[in-house]
Design a protein around this ligand. Structure first.
Ligand code: PBG
Length: 323
């Protein structure tokens, strides 16, 4: 006989009671802030579809990182916007490339901030695909060689953690071997393990100028209806040596995060992607929702689903809201 013996409302009566029984809490330590780095100096250009996010030249990216560190956010993830693109994405390997420069500048001003680098060719290739092409197809195994060289180049510049996001088969193993051979066996890999071919990346592709010039990414990124396949992707990446596995996007894939949490003991990251951010911003700007409330609710839901860390464009705002 449940009611009236049991009354669930008893523990909701005031905020002290609610805080005692709260199952999930967000903390600034959970956040990773994505940054877009472009070439040049003194550049800070707002991205239209992503309010308060900018294209930053390496010098201003370093200033931004000081602020991020001062807010208590433990890590950033860097995306490069190179000046020159070509068919093989060769500027990704340039020791003086935009990311390599940014890493050095950031380390000089915020040495304790963790620098994660996105390892993917789509921002560097003229065709915008995440790998090298053979005719109209992405050539998996040749792409691995370039991704490995790109990872070593980021490591040499001082990156703390490599985050391959291309979804080629075997990249985690290839990058792990490449890092180990180059003397970087201490650096961890955060694998974008279950990354879906998603419409939620729209604003990012404008921000990173990385939309594919033909076709789409569904021959390498995952098909949205599949969840068991995500668990296989994660399992393979862990076998190949991934230290952290990611589910991306987050919000439309909370079930995948939850199933991964149940199945694996490795740390799980979730990417609250650009479209998830921009939708909240746009609705808030129209006065239709309360931005702070909705953003914190979304971030809490991602954590409640089982993510240990969240890549989010709300990181700075959320750090302020939570302090
Ligand atoms: C690069 C990459 C993408 C994102 C992160 N790394 C875009 C894509 O795959 O098209 C998306 C991030 C976001 O939307 O916030 N491959």
């Amino acid at each position: 006989m449940a009611f009236p013996t049991h009354r669930m409302r008893r523990l909701r009566r005031n905020s002290a009671l609610r805080s005692l029984v709260r199952e999930t809490t967000l903390d600034v330590d959970d956040f990773i802030m994505p940054l877009f780095v472009c070439e040049g100096s003194r550049i800070r250009r707002e991205i239209a579809a992503m309010p308060r996010n900018f294209h930053l030249s390496p010098d201003l990216a370093a200033e931004e990182c000081r602020e991020i560190r001062d807010l208590g956010i433990p890590a950033v993830i860097l995306f490069g916007i190179p000046e020159k693109k070509d068919a093989t994405g060769s500027s990704a390997l340039d020791p003086n490339g935009v990311i390599q420069q940014a890493i050095r500048k950031i380390k000089a001003v915020a040495p304790d901030l963790l620098i994660i680098t996105d390892v993917c060719l789509c921002e560097y290739t003229s065709h915008g695909h995440c790998g090298i092409l053979k005719e109209q197809e992405v050539d998996n195994d040749r792409t691995l060689e370039i991704l490995t060289a790109m990872s070593v180049s980021h490591a040499e510049a001082g990156a703390d953690l490599l985050a391959p996001s291309d979804m080629m088969d075997g990249r985690i193993g290839a990058i792990r071997r490449g890092l180990d051979d180059a003397g970087f066996s201490h650096l961890a890999i955060m694998a974008y393990a279950a990354k879906y071919a998603s419409g939620f990346y729209g604003p990012f592709r404008e921000a990173a100028d990385s939309a594919p010039s033909f076709g789409d990414r569904s021959s390498y990124q995952m098909d949205p209806p599949n969840a068991r396949e995500a668990l296989r992707e994660i399992e393979l990446d862990l076998q190949e040596g991934a230290d952290i596995v990611m589910v991306k996007p987050a919000l439309a894939y909370l079930d995948v995060i939850c199933r991964a949490r149940d199945r694996f003991d490795a740390p799980i990251a979730a990417y609250n992607v650009s479209g998830e951010f921009s939708m909240v911003k746009a609705a808030a700007q129209s006065g239709w929702i309360d931005e702070k409330r909705v953003a914190l609710e979304i971030l809490t839901s991602i954590k409640r689903a089982g993510a240990d860390m969240i890549l989010t464009y709300f990181a700075k705002d959320a750090a302020r809201w939570l302090s």
